[in-house]
Design a protein. Structure first.
Length: 162
């Protein structure tokens, strides 16, 4: 699958598992598992030599991840619908309050119009909806040249440029 990562289209070798039916689905390879599965199988997963990644949605609290942040190479934050913006807050907390520096991916109902703002909140990779054009979506990062407030992307707000 192709994703946008660090403002480039790349082929992704992670597999997103929305619901784990059998343990065979997550036994090898780079798999993004639901937080609940991670919590139930944490000790077993940590004994493998695989890289670890989880996904959470707006119903989960970011504090539930704190003890394990160093174990994750990727955290995916789910946007089940365009109008559900709770994962924007999760991203800001993970980046700014908790210092998560690895890959932070937006998944779910991700559209071009959101990319600039998702990046400002701390996301560095994006899995667009299947019906969206990644080439066109790249243009979203240049839609705005002025930022009015501070954010996780450390861009200088316009009022500080005076």
């Amino acid at each position: 699958m192709r994703i946008i990562k660090d403002r480039q289209i790349v082929y992704d070798d992670w597999t997103l598992v929305r619901e784990v039916v059998t343990d065979d689905e997550v036994s090898s390879g780079k798999v993004i598992v639901p937080l609940a599965y991670w919590q139930q199988h944490r000790d077993v997963l940590l004994k493998t030599n695989e890289k670890h990644a989880i996904w959470i949605d707006g119903d989960n609290e970011t504090e539930a991840l704190l003890d394990d942040l160093s174990n994750f190479d990727l955290i995916a934050l789910d946007f089940p619908t365009f109008k559900d913006g709770r994962s924007y807050s999760h991203a800001r907390l993970l980046r700014q309050r908790y210092g998560f520096e690895k890959e932070l991916r937006a998944i779910g109902d991700i559209l071009r119009d959101q990319l600039f703002y998702l990046m400002r909140c701390g996301f560095n990779s994006f899995e667009l909806r299947q019906d969206k054009d990644a080439e066109d979506a790249l243009k979203a990062f240049n839609d705005f040249t002025v930022r009015y407030q501070a954010a996780a992307d450390d861009a200088v707000p316009v009022y500080k440029l005076r």
